[in-house]
Ligand binder design. Structure first.
Ligand SMILES: Nc1ncnc2c1ncn2[C@@H]1O[C@H](COP(=O)(O)OP(=O)(O)O)[C@@H](O)[C@H]1O
Ligand SMILES: [Mg+2]
Length: 216
């Protein structure tokens, strides 16, 4: 079992949207996947409430136990891949999610404020990984909610690229991502012909490569 953690110190950048739709795409490919919702706001759990996702979304709050208990609960999931969705911030949950991850996704919106937050988040992730000699975790920056019609949308990939980490192709600002939440599905299922679904396929390929798995 391998773990993909989605982290960002800033809220509203698309962590939950990324976590659910990545899991949705992997599930569509026939992989056994689960989402661990470590955010007390429980948005991923709410996404799953209509019971249409086709994979498990399990709430595991760190506040209810110790970090080691939380890690055990995450590792207990019987899946090929577990996607961990986290709250905003760089606190204990963030650290536990980075600790346990094989791949760390850092979503980043297109504004300067977003890029500052991504830079800070990456700095924290990098210092944690440097401090843990055993860690082979990979980091992938994911530009999200990008409108390529705007200069900001065009610049974000360059600015994120300057941070020196791997960067995925941008996820567009796309109403299908919003609608997927309303419908309780992932874009891969709810709008398979959409740009959003095509973008999730590219991201899933990249994540699988980073996990060292054959692209399904
Ligand atoms: N690529 C996107 N296109 C359009 N809206 C998006 C996209 N990603 C996220 N959103 C919307 O932005 C808001 C915040 O996203 P969310 O995934 O909840 O962020 P976070 O988990 O980081 O707080 C939600 O209303 C969501 O529907
Ligand atoms: Mg969220």
């Amino acid at each position: 079992m391998q773990i993909v953690s989605v982290v960002q110190q800033k809220g509203g950048v698309g962590k939950t949207t990324l976590a659910i739709n990545l899991a949705g795409e992997l599930s569509r490919r026939g992989m056994r996947v689960a989402v661990v919702d470590a955010d007390p706001q429980a948005s991923a759990v709410a996404w799953a409430a209509p019971r249409k996702l086709g994979f498990a979304v399990k709430q595991e709050l760190l506040s209810s136990g110790t970090v080691s208990q939380w890690l055990r609960n995450v590792l207990k999931q019987s899946s090929d891949v577990v996607v961990v969705d986290t709250p905003a911030g760089l606190g204990t949950v963030f650290r536990a999610a980075v600790d346990v991850a094989d791949v760390i996704l850092i979503p980043c919106g297109p504004s300067s404020l977003d890029i500052n937050a991504a830079r800070n988040t990456l700095a924290s992730v990098s210092s944690m990984l440097r401090a843990d000699a055993r860690s082979e975790a990979r980091v992938l920056m994911v530009p999200t909610r990008v409108d390529v019609q705007t200069p900001e949308g065009q610049q974000i990939t360059d600015e994120l690229g300057a941070l020196g980490e791997s960067i995925s192709p941008a996820m567009s600002h796309d109403i299908y991502f919003v609608r997927a939440f309303t419908q309780g599905v992932s874009v891969s299922v709810g709008a398979p012909a959409s740009k959003a679904a095509a973008e999730m396929q590219v991201l899933a390929d990249l994540v699988l490569q980073q996990l060292g798995k054959a692209v399904a």
